[in-house]
Every structure is written in C-alpha cells, then in structure tokens.
Design a protein around this ligand. Structure first.
Ligand SMILES: [Zn+2]
Length: 134
C-alpha cells in the first residue's frame, strides 16, 4: 500500500489519521485536502468559495490559477457549502472552471452543493456533468 502524499506540496503524509469522506489540512503546507473513501486514501486539494453569492465576480481564471498552484492532481474539490445564491453568471464561471481543468486531466468535484445551486444546475441540465461529494 502506497503512503498518501500531499497533492499540493508533495509532503509525505504517512502516519496521519484520515477520516474518509471529510476534509483536513496538510500538516506541512496547510493546503485543505478532501479524503475520498478509498484505500489507500486518495487526497484531493480543496478550493473554498468563502462568499454566500456565486456570481460573475468569481475569478474566471480560477482553473488556470489552480493548475499553476497545484499542478495536475487527479481531482480538485471545490467547496461551495457557503453559497446561498448563485447567479447565472456564477454558474457560467463553474462551467468555465471545469472546462479549464478537464483538458489537464483534472476532475472538478463540487463539495456540499446547497439546494438552490443544485436546483439551478438541474434546471440548466448541468447537474450530471459535475461530480459531487458531501
Ligand atoms: Zn502539503
């Protein structure tokens, strides 16, 4: 069994206790990590959206920024638990984010999609293109 390695800093995370289906911080670099329910634990960097509104202000270069900072992890988890309201422009930004990551072989996973955003994605027929957790 291979020891888990931080996808952001490459730090060895052997001996760390990880609870599958939750998030934690890398003790070396502080990067938020999502622990998928797999053996050995698959760790994905977490990017948080810390505002209640997801709109056009959301950085359209986020996909590029993530790839330049994190390289090409197999998955990136986008934490949208705080989002209370998503505009159509905000949903467009989500699609752009995914479109930037897809060609790099990085799967965008949405964490904690709130009900309003879930309904919006469903109405637009976009709910099936996003992988989700929690
Ligand atoms: Zn790290």
């Amino acid at each position: 069994m291979r020891d888990p390695v931080c996808p952001a800093c490459g730090g060895d995370l052997a001996g760390q206790a990880f609870a599958p289906g939750s998030d934690a911080a890398c003790p070396a670099c502080g990067q938020g990590l999502w622990i998928f329910d797999e053996q050995p634990p698959a760790l994905a960097p977490v990017v948080r959206h810390d505002e209640e509104t997801l709109d056009a202000l959301h950085d359209e270069r986020l996909g590029d920024l993530v790839i330049s900072k994190l390289g090409r992890p197999s998955r990136v988890v986008f934490d949208v638990r705080k989002v209370r309201f998503a505009t159509s422009a905000g949903v467009g930004r989500l699609v752009t984010f995914k479109a930037r990551l897809d060609p790099a072989g990085v799967t965008l996973v949405l964490h904690g999609v709130p009900e309003q955003l879930r309904k919006t994605l469903s109405t637009l027929g976009l709910d099936s293109i996003f992988e989700t957790v929690g």
